[in-house]
Design a protein around this ligand. Structure first.
Ligand SMILES: [Zn+2]
Length: 255
């Protein structure tokens, strides 16, 4: 089994770091320096890098880490991210330290976004900037419909799947989610817990799919209370779930 560490980077990024049998894999190393410090402190080397999408705060460390450690770099196909030597798309399977990871294409935040899923006893999902605890990524390149379909790939995963998002956005996401669903008891409880954790500078991740299904409005676009909130905000009739997602994403952008 992996030991998984969050390496903090920039103001609110986590570079998730997987350790098994002295092999190390990092996900989305936007900054090489904290990764290098982590490895040097423990006398480890870097075996592989997993990349979810092209944004610089996820890819900025590739070149320097490859120069130092000559590691494998997995990431989205397309040739637009320098340093990737194994290009991946929906349905591909890779092996990391003897554990299989399936690749999902998850466009919405960007068009090239992919996510990594290991279906083991306690399943692992590395979803980059697609799903956050209590929220989802901004739609920089994709459509609400694309994000909706991407998030649906996560909703059906085993409920105990651990969800490793790249950013510590949980508190601000839940503060918004409460606006959408003020009467959601699970959401109110989680926001109180998260506020407490953040006061102590604790990490609120990983989340789980079962938690997200209860508290994340972007996974709850089919729920009557979320549809109603979207209609009240947009002052229009909203019939499809993906339209609900579009409205609440736009609402969050202006929140
Ligand atoms: Zn991004």
């Amino acid at each position: 089994m992996f030991e998984i560490f969050p390496i903090r980077a920039f103001s609110d990024n986590y570079i998730w770091t997987l350790l098994k049998d002295n092999e190390v894999t990092v996900v989305d190393p936007g900054d090489p320096e904290p990764v290098r410090s982590f490895l040097e402190e423990r006398g480890l080397t870097l075996n592989s890098i997993l990349i979810t999408h092209h944004h610089y705060d996820h890819t900025g460390g590739i070149q320097s880490l490859v120069e130092s450690y000559n590691c494998e770099v997995y990431g989205p196909k397309g040739g637009h991210i320098e340093g990737i030597n194994t290009s991946l798309t929906e349905g591909d399977v890779i092996e990391i330290s003897g554990i299989e990871f399936s690749i999902f294409s998850t466009p919405g935040h960007t068009l090239d976004h992919i996510s990594y899923f290991a279906d083991i006893d306690v399943p692992l999902l590395f979803c980059g900037d697609t799903l956050f605890s209590g929220g989802c990524g901004r739609l920089f390149e994709g459509t609400p419909e694309q994000m909706f379909n991407s998030l649906n790939k996560f909703s059906v995963l085993p409920s105990n799947t651990q969800v490793f998002c790249t950013h510590e956005y949980t508190e601000s996401n839940l503060t918004f989610a409460i606006e959408v669903e003020p009467d959601n008891k699970d959401l109110n409880e989680r926001l109180n817990e998260v506020r407490e954790m953040r006061r102590e500078d604790k990490i609120t991740l990983p989340s789980t799919i079962s938690t997200e299904l209860k508290i994340n409005p972007f996974l709850r676009c089919h729920r009557e209370e979320v549809i109603e909130a979207a209609q009240n905000y947009s002052q229009t009739a909203v019939s499809k779930d993906e339209e609900v997602l579009g409205v609440i994403r736009n609402w969050k952008d202006n929140f």
